[in-house]
Design a binder for this molecule. Structure first.
Ligand SMILES: *[C@@H]1O[C@H](CO)[C@@H](O)[C@H](O)[C@H]1NC(C)=O
Ligand SMILES: *[C@@H]1O[C@H](CO)[C@@H](O)[C@H](O)[C@H]1NC(C)=O
Ligand SMILES: *[C@@H]1O[C@H](CO)[C@@H](O)[C@H](O)[C@H]1NC(C)=O
Ligand SMILES: *[C@@H]1O[C@H](CO)[C@@H](O)[C@H](O)[C@H]1NC(C)=O
Length: 256
């Protein structure tokens, strides 16, 4: 009887983990309510225009666009908010209206490339020199790490699915599979979440960067922050790690 409870508990935790991971995957695939609300990383560029204005003594015209449907990456103007998901990113002109890029497997997290591709070249020539040597502009580093993290999260999600479905079968061998899958899923999600946490943390160097010494110092006006997708991934890891205990107990005592 106790074994049944263990299986039930483990299955429940695996189910919750899988649900959380599905939410992580749908983040920013389009602008509808749920995907809009989930991101791995968020970049708020609202203060950048002002900062640029203060550091180059030129009124900034046409830096931002207010046309939320205009396509991204075509120098149509900067958006206020850039939210990055695992398959695409979306950019918003206010809290609700925005547009997304096409979907790609293992989409690269390149926040500065995204910003630059929307700005006119005469503005990005300033930001290129102001942001030099920050992790935020190191797109090659961020792209590589986000791709690696994506595959860890994808494989972790697959293992979590295997753990859930093999865990309900009443067979000793399958039970061993679900225990092993649960451990692997926890490990892969842990690594994926840790990589994402680390690269976003490093990008935060832009938040406090002084781009000019005029007026007693002008800060970049760009704010990078963790998206809730990272927290969802950590929560999924916690569920998967917790599920391994009842899976193991059931595996050894109930079915074994
Ligand atoms: C974006 O940053 C500005 C300051 O640069 C701040 O006033 C605003 O609240 C931020 N918006 C969000 C949604 O974080
Ligand atoms: C906004 O951008 C779209 C797509 O480029 C374009 O069709 C539309 O005319 C633009 N709207 C305004 C008000 O400029
Ligand atoms: C955001 O912008 C869109 C299009 O310009 C507008 O329709 C909408 O009311 C705005 N939303 C908010 C919350 O300002
Ligand atoms: C996005 O997809 C559309 C439709 O498939 C295509 O026409 C467009 O060129 C793509 N854009 C990019 C940047 O790949």
């Amino acid at each position: 009887m106790r074994g049944e409870y263990c299986v039930g508990g483990a299955s429940f935790l695996s189910f919750v983990a899988l649900l959380l991971l599905i939410f992580v995957h749908v983040g920013q695939i389009n602008t509808s309510l749920v995907p809009h609300g989930i991101a791995m990383a968020k970049v708020n560029t609202s203060g950048f225009g002002q900062a640029l204005n203060e550091s180059i003594f030129n009124p900034i015209g046409g830096l931002y666009t207010t046309n939320y449907t205009s396509p991204l990456g075509e120098h149509n103007g900067l958006r206020q908010f850039y939210d990055f998901g695992l398959y695409s990113y979306c950019a918003y002109v206010n809290s609700s209206a925005g547009t997304c890029t096409n979907h790609t497997i293992a989409n690269n997290f390149e926040p500065y490339t995204a910003m630059k591709s929307d700005m006119l070249a005469n503005y990005s020539q300033y930001s290129d020199s102001m942001f030099v040597n920050t992790t935020f502009v190191n797109s090659a580093y961020l792209a590589y790490n986000s791709r690696v993290a994506y595959y860890f999260i994808l494989i972790g999600t697959i293992f979590a699915t295997i753990a859930l479905f093999t865990g309900v079968a009443k067979r000793a061998l399958l039970f061993f599979v679900s225990t092993a899958s649960s451990i692997m899923a926890a490990l892969f999600i842990l690594i994926g979440a840790a990589i994402w946490t680390s690269i976003v943390k490093k990008c935060e160097d832009i938040n406090t960067l002084e781009i000019s010494h005029l007026n007693g110092g002008v800060v970049s006006g760009i704010i990078v922050s963790y998206g809730n997708g990272i927290y969802l991934a950590w929560a999924a890891f916690a569920c998967l790690a917790a599920a391994t205990v009842p899976y193991m107990v059931s595996c050894c005592t109930f079915r074994g």
